[in-house]
Write a new protein. Structure first.
Length: 355
């Protein structure tokens, strides 16, 4: 996102002239350098400031919390990348965020409100995730701050249905109200999300699990491809295998069922080394049953060898064959929410051997 030195701070400060800024109580501002002045303006106006985590690796938002009695200089630091690290607290899916104004960086933007970012899609994904968690509404305004030379004509064929549009453009010389008619993303388009994205953005897994539990279609891009390939392969081989593989198919099905039972049984088997690694799961609400946790573990491909349920103490312990598998489970389950609370998932402090 380009940073322009001449007039940048003044342009950011012009957001104070917008009614949508003055009415807003909670503002989400991207962490880009060109938006530092907007973050400072929000803090000076005593508004709640939310900043997305870098590449969404550790969650969705960080809330900037200046120390009591913060001076102007401290507020300036809070608005910088250094301040985001030092004066912020994470906001999870259950943080009840209600964003009144969204401010994003742009590479280019048109007077119609069409926007082009860096091409990695994080601003679009952040907005879609906010829709999914109920943090923004259809009429939540979106503002961008750019230099005049970044305001260009953009061909509509460059835009897709997941692209975020903007309602206001602030430049050093003018304020543009776009009256954009193109709808903003209505949520996460799961058919465009890949397994790779799911691994890179752990909070996506939790959102997907939530929406699946609510009965929504959360079929991933890769799953659609796998299904299409499977259907093609099945059709081409149906005649050739019909006669010769009936007994083998029956045996294979039985083996598959047996494998699933073993995989899902949470049985107390140990790896060959006789060493297990235990994962601690805390902050489990009273209303959550062990069956719900088991279902989530299977969904997130984090099924343990053994589950020690201690629901009355709001916790559980998961045993895995080795440390690598346990660490992978912790990564997969990070941000998981059950019963309206985000679970605490980490390697248990006390580990033990087979003995």
């Amino acid at each position: 996102i380009p940073f322009f030195t001449q007039g940048s701070h003044r342009t950011c400060c012009s957001i104070k002239e917008l009614d949508v800024f003055n009415r807003a109580r909670e503002i989400k501002v991207d962490p880009d350098k060109p938006l530092e002045g907007v973050r400072l303006a929000a803090l000076q106006a005593r508004k709640t400031l939310l900043v997305p985590t870098p590449r969404l690796r550790t969650g969705l938002f960080n809330k900037i919390v200046p120390p009591p009695g913060a001076t102007k200089e401290i507020l300036r630091i809070c608005a910088t990348s250094q301040g985001i690290k030092e004066y912020s607290v994470p906001v999870g899916l259950d943080g009840k965020a209600r964003v009144d104004l969204v401010v994003v960086g742009s590479v280019a933007v048109s007077e119609k409100g069409w926007r082009i970012g860096k091409g990695e899609g994080y601003a679009d994904m952040e907005y879609a995730m906010m829709v999914s968690m109920g943090a923004v509404q259809e009429d939540t305004p979106v503002v961008t701050v750019v230099h005049d030379c970044q305001v260009l004509d953009i061909a509509e064929e460059l835009l897709d249905d997941h692209d975020l549009t903007v309602d206001y453009i602030l430049t050093p010389t003018r304020t543009i109200k776009t009256d954009c008619k193109r709808p903003k993303p209505q949520g996460i388009l799961w058919h465009k999300v890949s397994y790779e994205m799911l691994e890179k953005i752990p909070i996506l897994k939790s959102l997907r699990y939530r929406e699946k539990q609510a009965g929504k279609d959360v079929t991933l891009q890769d799953e659609l491809s796998d299904l299409a390939n499977a259907n093609t392969s099945a059709a081409s081989n149906e005649k050739a295998t019909a006669e010769n593989t009936r007994p083998q198919t029956a045996i294979g099905s039985a083996q598959t069922r047996q494998s699933r039972v073993e995989s899902d049984s949470f049985s107390p088997r140990l790896g060959e080394s006789g060493v297990i690694t235990t994962v601690y799961v805390g902050n489990i609400p009273h209303s959550v049953r062990v069956s719900e946790l088991k279902c989530a573990l299977r969904e997130f491909q984090a099924t343990p060898l053994r589950l020690n349920w201690q629901g009355a103490q709001h916790k559980a312990f998961l045993d895995y064959t080795d440390k690598a598998t346990a660490e992978s489970a912790v990564s997969s389950l990070k941000g998981l929410s059950l019963g309206g609370k985000t679970l605490r998932v980490e390697l248990a402090k006390n580990q033990r051997s087979k003995g």
